[in-house]
Structures are given as structure tokens and as C-alpha cells.
Design a protein around this ligand. Structure first.
Ligand code: AHR
Length: 517
């Protein structure tokens, strides 16, 4: 059995935004239809047309934000097709979907889903085949309280109160399917779209105030090391020329591509394991690089020439609107991009979320691609059957970190983040409770971990997500093979607390500060 040690300082650090645990759903494969929406007349149990077992599962993990309708689908989506009683049938060829799309899941259904699961909506507007007017009217439909034709249309469709949508993605992957644009071309188009987006007010305890809306730039392809630097640099240089446009955030996409090996989701060996885990770790450097480029870019925005009309301080948060493992076999899957999820995927999801937690000063929102039946899924469905994947349980176990303060962790020799065949750890503190994630990336061996805190604590137990074989998945035949189990291994020794974690596992332990002395 291998041994590791961790030291934890209990001084509260950066607050972990709950939004790092957000989700992305798209009209792609069976994500929306069958996965989330089955319609009110379906024989599959449903609540107002939403698949009941999936709704129950999402309600339990309460995703803070859900991004919709794409992805690439957003690039050809006309929102008016998806409201009211007369909805056109179109063809959806998005990423091999090859299905007709009856638009039965549209804006009002998406907003209802968000209401039912307690999520904030992120709407991505169509910059490719749509228009500035169409985008502005979508905002009018969603957010206008005053009686206008569009707000009355929303009322007729059953929603009196404005939806108060605050997150607006201005284009998706505009460097590829979203228009094959250059930074220069996109910057010009962005200026027009962002300028045309209407403003709204809402009633607050302090009176009527402007609804804060965040316009999100299409960020770079995180998987292209040279291009992503050029994209962000050139985009900000363009945006900093002449008058400052309204910018709230930039949306980086990063997939952990597993297309070079001969393995598959549930068929891999030890070297495939470490290759894919190593691939997931790269996003940390991409975040550091992009954050620095954004700060450099913001510094280029000129001061106003006239002191009586100063420019607002430019600000741009880093969001990651799409991330997850993308295995080669997804390309030939039916439904499109349907992908199983093994313990390897659970580990890379946990590692990725911990990178976000550790870099919470730099990245403010991140959406897993995608929630149901596509790529790095949390839930899989087939006909009437539903399976919660190991990824789902990672999100469930990690909920305790939302809103907590990140803590600083070290081993005696090095930060706990560099050993691919060891343990990686993250801890946060909420009040006097500490939650410690220990991910054992060792393919074959269990580890004992000595944990020292700079104050006296006692252990309130923990949970472990593991399986007898790292290639294991939850399948329709065996849906509950992998579930969190209680971990009672914690003992107090003269070297601090000692816990044992199985090979290839995700663990969360809970400690309580005994005294602040
Ligand atoms: O998540 C699948 C696809 O990947 C999205 O539609 C697109 O934005 C990205 O390339």
C-alpha cells in the first residue's frame, strides 16, 4: 500500500462559485429528445413532458446554470420556431444527429426546466443564420415586463413574469461551425449584436433597477495551443480599438480528446488510463494562459477622452462553456455522440472540477458537455431505462464545495497536484466544516493518506466512488454498480488523520474544526 501526506491550512481562500458546477444541454443526439423531454403524452413517466427520472436526478444536483440550445445547434436555431402551438418541423443534422426536429422543446420548455431544477439559464444566440434583430427579439420575449407584442406573446404562452435571463452567449465557436470567422470579423459582429441587445429593469428591494445582463464572447478552441493564444490576443486588440463594447465574459471550450489510442470508453489498459488522465490535467495551464491574455487584453482598452464621460472599467470573466472527455468512438455513435462513462471519466471529471476549484480566482463558470446522452454525460437513457453515470455521483459528492472557501494544500515536499500515479487533493471550508477531496489516480494500488491540519479537527466520515475495475461503468443491465459508498477508514494517529482510498477512486472526507484556538 502506498502512502501520501497532505498538510492543510485552514485560512479561508477564494470563494468557490457554485457556477463552476454548471451544465450544457444541446439539441444533439438524444440529449434533449428522449434524454430530457419525452412530451406529456409519452408512456415514459414524465412531469409536464420532462422525463421524471432525469428531472429527479437533476433536481438533486441542482445545476447552477444550464447552457442551451447549443453548441453548434445554436448556430442555426431560430427561437420563434420553438414557441406557441404551431411549430415547424425542421431537420437536425447537428454532429450526425440526422433526425427531424419538431421544436417541441423550445424557450418556454427550457425555462420551465430551469425553474424545476433551480438553474439559471444561459441562452446562446444564433450568429450564423440568425440576425441581430432575432437576437434582440429573443431577449424582448424573455425579459420584457412592459406590455409589448413580444412580452404578450410570452404571456399567451403561459409565462406572465419576465424570465430575467442574464447570460447571453453571442455566438458559439465562431472560429469553426459558428461562422469560420476571424477575430477581426467576429469583433465587428460582436459589437453590433452586443449594442442591439435591449436593456430591462426589474423590481428589487431597493427599487426598480436595471437587470444585469452578461454578454459572453465566443472564446477560443482550447485544444489548439497556438490558435487559442492568437484568438484571445487578436480579439481583445480588436475590441480595444475605438469605443468599448459591452463585454461580460469569454467562453473557452476545451475537450479532453481521446482519439490517439486504440482504447474505448470501457476497454483500456494502464497506459491508456494515465494518458487520458494526463490529458485532463492540461486545462489548468490553458486557464492560466487565457486568464493572463484576458488581463493583458483588458489593459489595452483606452481611457475616455472626456473626463465627464469616463468609460466603465472593462471586465471580462473567464467561462468554460464546454468541457469533458471526448472519446473517438463517440463519432460513430447512434444516437450521435452518445458515450458511456467509466471510472476513468469520473476521475477526469473530478480532477477537472478540482482544477476549477483551485483556480476559482480565474474561472467563474464551467459547463459539463453534456448533461444527458452526449459525451461526458451525467445521465444516460435508452427507451424507458435511465442510468446515473459515475460522473453524476462526482457532481453529487462535490456539491458541498459550492460557496465554500478554497484552502491551501501541500505535501511536505510538493503541492498535492503533480503525481499522476498518486493522489490529488482539494479542500474547501464552509464555516467550521472542511470538505477534502482525495482522488486516487493510481490505476492499481490503494493509498493511505496522512492529513495534518493547522488546527484540531475531528472527522465526520467520507464517501468513496470506486469499482473493482477502472473500466467499469453503470450499464442498463447493471445500473447501480458504481455508487458512492461510505468510507469509514479515518483514524487519528500521531501523524494526524489517516484515511485509506482505493485505487482509481474519488473520495470526499468531511472534518469539523474542534476549536479555533
Ligand atoms: O458538445 C458537442 C459540440 O462540440 C458542440 O455542439 C460544439 O460547440 C462543440 O464543437
Amino acid at each position: 500500500m502506498k502512502q501520501d501526506s497532505i498538510r492543510i491550512s485552514l485560512t479561508p481562500g477564494t470563494v468557490i462559485p457554485a457556477e463552476l458546477h454548471s451544465q450544457f444541454i444541446e439539441h444533439l443526439g438524444s440529449c434533449i429528445y428522449d434524454g430530457i423531454w419525452v412530451g406529456k403524452d409519452s408512456s415514459i413517466p414524465n412531469v409536464e413532458g420532462f422525463r421524471k427520472d432525469v428531472l429527479d436526478a437533476l433536481q438533486k444536483i441542482a445545476p447552477p446554470v444550464v447552457r442551451w440550445p447549443g453548441g453548434c445547434f445554436a448556430d442555426t436555431y431560430h427561437w420563434k420556431d420553438g414557441i406557441g402551438s404551431q411549430r415547424p418541423v425542421i431537420y437536425n443534422g447537428n454532429f450526425g444527429t440526422a433526425e427531424t426536429e419538431d421544436n417541441s422543446f423550445g424557450t418556454d420548455e427550457f425555462m420551465r426546466l430551469c425553474e424545476l431544477i433551480g438553474a439559471k439559464p444561459w441562452l446562446n444566440i444564433n450568429m450564423l443564420s440568425g440576425s441581430v434583430r432575432e437576437a434582440a427579439e429573443w431577449a424582448e420575449y424573455c425579459n420584457r415586463e412592459e406590455s409589448t407584442s413580444l412580452s404578450e406573446m410570452r404571456r399567451q404562452n403561459g409565462h406572465d413574469a419576465p424570465y430575467q435571463v442574464k447570460l447571453w452567449g453571442i455566438g458559439n465557436e465562431v472560429w469553426a461551425g459558428g461562422g469560420n470567422m476571424t477575430p477581426q470579423g467576429y469583433a465587428d459582429a460582436y459589437r453590433r449584436y452586443a449594442s442591439a441587445m435591449p436593456q430591462f429593469t426589474r423590481q428589487t428591494p431597493d427599487g426598480r433597477q436595471r437587470l444585469p445582463q452578461t454578454y459572453i464572447l465566443s472564446g477560443p478552441d482550447g485544444n489548439k495551443p497556438k490558435e487559442r493564444v492568437h484568438w484571445t490576443k487578436d480579439l481583445f486588440s480588436e475590441l480595444a480599438c475605438y469605443r468599448q463594447p459591452n463585454i461580460g465574459a469569454i467562453d473557452l471550450h476545451f475537450y479532453n480528446w481521446n482519439v490517439t489510442g486504440n482504447d474505448d470508453v470501457d476497454r483500456f489498459d494502464e497506459s491508456d488510463w494515465y494518458r487520458v488522465i494526463g490529458g485532463a490535467m492540461e486545462i489548468g495551464d490553458v486557464i492560466d494562459e487565457q486568464y493572463a491574455l484576458i488581463q493583458d487584453g483588458l489593459a489595452q482598452f483606452p481611457e475616455s477622452e472626456v473626463p465627464y464621460f469616463p468609460n466603465p472599467t472593462p471586465k471580462c470573466d473567464l467561462y468554460i462553456g464546454e468541457w469533458g472527455n471526448w472519446h473517438g468512438s463517440a463519432f460513430s455513435a447512434h444516437p450521435a455522440l452518445w458515450q458511456q462513462c467509466s471510472m476513468r471519466d469520473a476521475l477526469t471529471s473530478a480532477l477537472t472540477l478540482d482544477i476549477f476549484h483551485k483556480k476559482a480566482d480565474k474561472v467563474k463558470l464551467a459547463c459539463c458537455a453534456q448533461t444527458v446522452n452526449v459525451l461526458n454525460s451525467l445521465v444516460l437513457t435508452d427507451g424507458a431505462q435511465t442510468v446515473l453515470t459515475p460522473n453524476y455521483y462526482v457532481y453529487q459528492m462535490y456539491m458541498v464545495h459550492r460557496g465554500g472557501n478554497a484552502l491551501s494544500l501541500q505535501t511536505d515536499s510538493q503541492p498535492v497536484s503533480e503525481q499522476l500515479d498518486g493522489v490529488m487533493a482539494f479542500a474547501s471550508r464552509t464555516g467550521d466544516v472542511i470538505h477534502l477531496n482525495i482522488i486516487c489516480t493510481d490505476f492499481a494500488e490503494e493509498h493511505t493518506v496522512n492529513i495534518r491540519f493547522d488546527k484540531d479537527v475531528f472527522c465526520n466520515g467520507g464517501e468513496t466512488l470506486a469499482s473493482s475495475n477502472p473500466t467499469d461503468c453503470n450499464t442498463f443491465d447493471c445500473p447501480d454498480r458504481i455508487q458512492p459508498q461510505e468510507n469509514h477508514s479515518a483514524v487519528l494517529t500521531e501523524n494526524g488523520w489517516k484515511v485509506t482510498v482505493p485505487a482509481a477512486s474519488v473520495n470526499v472526507f468531511h472534518f469539523q474544526i474542534a476549536s479555533e484556538e
